[in-house]
Design a protein around this ligand. Structure first.
Ligand code: ASP
Length: 440
């Protein structure tokens, strides 16, 4: 029997009318049994997400002892949702209790999690489904990572006998027993956790777009839609900023080989994008699957004669970065050279200078140079490794667009080619690569 876990994002929960669409979607397929919801998102551009108002509530509690003014906005929003849905549900007692606990607990994660809690309570009512509080079934271990085995068991225990169930996304219970949230956008992770726990046939992720595009539509006009891609391709593209899905949400389902289907709540008939585990993945035949870019990296370039003979050279450089707690994104290297690519935001407050000094002391390089304002552009696709001349086409396209290549890194998986260019060349470069591989 097929079991589908459906996660609905903030725009799918934005108001009562969209929530009615969600009900229709769920009721149109009996396999859609378990539902994970986000907090209500924006109804129109310029609107404020419920989660953002909740963070504001927390600030108000800290400053004034209670969150009266901002909580009024939450209250109004949920009252109008219930009115639009025309359901008989005493939302005000739930809101009263929520406001009381926000003021009493004075805890940021608890407060931020209430948007999901409230929308799941409403959705469970709409569907006549069991409400399962994430606090009781999703657990974190002492390192702050989600505790898979314990959560899987609790989810299955809670689901016993339930025909349909609704879970709030975004939070669980921390090791200290208190509510703990994932990072922003984390309801995607909750959906993946539930999908894995029930060994779902598919994890449907309902958003407000009809799937992934081969590149950012703000850069290229109507880019091609990606019908299917592998988990690995998704990981590369979302790490680089193609953010339809939270980049950590793939891990729980990937382990269990569960496909993710991105669908559009506002156009349910659209095919969407299917993200498949590598074991089932059949390449589409196109060489490149997608192109994504991310700005604001810093490249530290190090040159030292006979670097390759010096045992421990790379380790010494990396230990300087470790000392300052700075994550490294890429390490392209040559015989006598290596570069370390770091997100510029991690080097603020004088850290860059400290690191350069540390590297000088650790390895006495012949040359130590820094390139700031670098954008990385990843061209991703399983098809690239098997087709001759891909990189030649890519670099020719860049040359023809007069984009200077500052750095090259081909991932060891041969799944991607990453080029570093000046921030200001980022869009031009993406357009040139897109044109080369997708035409127009
Ligand atoms: N509501 C949370 C946020 O705005 C989590 C989510 O929507 O996935 O980040």
């Amino acid at each position: 029997m097929a079991v589908k876990v459906c996660k609905f994002g903030g725009t799918s929960m934005a108001d009562g009318n969209v929530m009615s669409r969600v009900r229709n979607i769920i009721e149109s397929d009996k396999d859609r049994k378990y539902v994970v919801v986000s907090a209500p998102g924006k109804r129109y551009s310029g609107d404020v997400k419920i989660t953002d108002i909740l963070y504001q509530c927390h600030r108000e509690v800290e400053e004034r002892g209670a969150c009266g003014a901002s909580f009024e906005l939450i209250r109004n929003r949920f009252n109008s949702i219930v009115r639009e849905l025309n359901i008989d549900f005493d939302i005000n007692s739930v809101l009263d209790e929520t406001e009381r606990r926000i003021n009493a607990e004075k805890d940021e994660d608890f407060t931020a999690s209430r948007g999901e809690y409230l929308s799941a309570r409403v959705m469970a009512e709409v569907l006549g489904a069991k409400f399962i509080d994430a606090e009781d079934v999703i657990f974190f271990d002492k390192n702050g990572a989600y505790a898979a085995a314990k959560s899987d068991k609790a989810i299955n225990d809670a689901l016993r006998g339930a025909e349909k169930a609704v879970f709030p996304g975004f939070y669980g219970r921390g090791y200290n027993g208190k509510v703990k949230t994932f990072s922003r956008g984390g309801s995607d992770i909750s959906g993946a956790i539930v999908a894995r726990a029930v060994n779902a046939t598919v994890y449907e992720n309902w958003t407000d777009v009809s799937g992934f595009l081969a590149c950012d539509p703000r850069i290229v006009d109507s880019p091609r839609r990606i019908k299917a891609l592998s988990y690995k391709e998704l990981r590369e593209l979302s790490y680089m900023g193609a953010n339809v899905l939270h980049s950590e949400s793939i891990f729980p389902v990937r382990k269990a080989n569960i496909p993710i289907h991105i669908k559009n709540t506002f156009r349910p008939e659209d095919e969407g994008t299917l993200i498949q585990p590598s074991v089932y993945y059949t390449p589409s035949g196109s060489i490149v699957t997608g192109i994504a870019g991310k700005k604001d990296f810093t490249v530290i370039f190090i040159e030292k004669s006979l670097m390759n003979y010096q045992i421990g050279f790379v380790r010494k450089v990396l230990s300087v970065l470790e000392k300052y707690n700075v994550p490294v994104e890429h390490i392209p290297s040559g015989i006598d050279t290596m570069s370390v690519v770091i997100e510029s935001s991690a080097l603020k407050d004088g850290k860059l200078e400290l690191i350069l000094q540390g590297i000088k002391e650790a390895v006495a390089p012949d040359v130590l140079r820094v390139n700031e304002d670098i954008a990385l552009i990843a061209t991703v696709g399983h098809g690239m490794s098997s087709s001759v001349g891909t990189s030649a086409r890519l670099f020719k396209a860049m040359a023809e667009a007069s984009v200077n290549v500052r750095m090259i890194d081909q991932g060891s998986s041969e799944l991607n080619i990453i080029v570093g260019v000046k921030n200001e060349d980022c869009e031009k470069c993406i357009r040139a690569i897109y044109r080369e591989f997708f035409g127009n």
